[in-house]
Ligand binder design. Structure first.
Ligand SMILES: *Cc1c(COP(=O)(O)O)cnc(C)c1O
Length: 227
């Protein structure tokens, strides 16, 4: 893992490693999108990555995104921001205003709240369903066995534009098993987008079909503690 403190050169290294992993897997690198996870980092750390031409970012907290991204968007209006953390119903309105893609649709209540907000604002965002591949009780996400029904409900009853699935494997298990499971479920549901893989394991995720890898530490360095 890169530990350089220069985010722009780390970005170049990660992009290079993504291209190599794609090639090793016989995949077209243009089918793999790097979501640069900038949570906790301040705008001055994020700026060099924007200035290097990168436009796809992920944040896990609505309020934090609201405090950083509107100003950055004024300078870089073509950027895309993904919500990759849990969404509470009382934050749906703010999330729809600040994000471009919601990766963490994980229960009917949130799906309904999103559908209502999309209807109200006319701003309808692509969504992914978060899958709890490890069936961990403390972790968000739909159980693997319920994904197909949940996706159907989101699409057919609520009109959500569900484009893919995302997962965060259990920290103490081999991630490849979880990536393979997510990939299978997505294929079964006819969903093209597979958001999986982080700094420590994105090459494995690419080998197993990831279309979006979410990489923070390898680009921005170790995260400072939240205060
Ligand atoms: C923080 C985070 C990441 C990035 O993790 P790194 O190990 O720093 O690359 C990816 N996905 C989610 C959901 C996260 O919260």
């Amino acid at each position: 893992m890169t530990q350089n403190t220069d985010p722009a050169s780390n970005l170049a290294v990660v992009k290079d490693e993504i291209a190599k992993a794609a090639e090793a897997a016989g995949r077209d690198p243009s089918g793999i999108h790097l979501v640069a996870v900038s949570k906790v980092h301040q705008a001055d750390t994020i700026l060099p990555v924007l200035e290097a031409g990168h436009r796809l970012f992920g944040e896990n907290r609505v309020q934090e995104a609201e405090s950083k991204w509107p100003a950055l968007r004024e300078t870089f209006p073509d950027l895309t921001l993904h919500l990759i953390g849990p969404l509470q119903s009382n934050k749906v309105k703010d999330a729809v205003a600040v994000f471009d893609v919601i990766e963490t649709v994980d229960r009917p209540k949130i799906a309904r709240a999103l559908a209502t907000e999309f209807e109200r604002t006319g701003r309808s965002l692509p969504c992914y369903v978060q899958v709890n591949t490890g069936e961990e009780p403390q972790k968000a996400g739909v159980a693997p066995a319920d994904v197909e029904d949940f996706v159907g409900e989101c699409r057919d009853e609520l009109g959500l534009d569900i484009q893919g699935l995302m997962c965060i494997p259990p920290i103490d298990e081999e991630p490849a098993l979880h990536f393979a499971l997510l990939s299978d479920i997505a294929d079964r549901c006819g969903l093209g987008i597979k958001s999986m893989g982080m700094s420590a394991d994105y090459e494995k995720a690419i080998a197993l079909g990831a279309t979006h890898v979410r990489v923070g530490t390898a680009i921005f360095g170790e995260r400072p503690p939240r205060d």
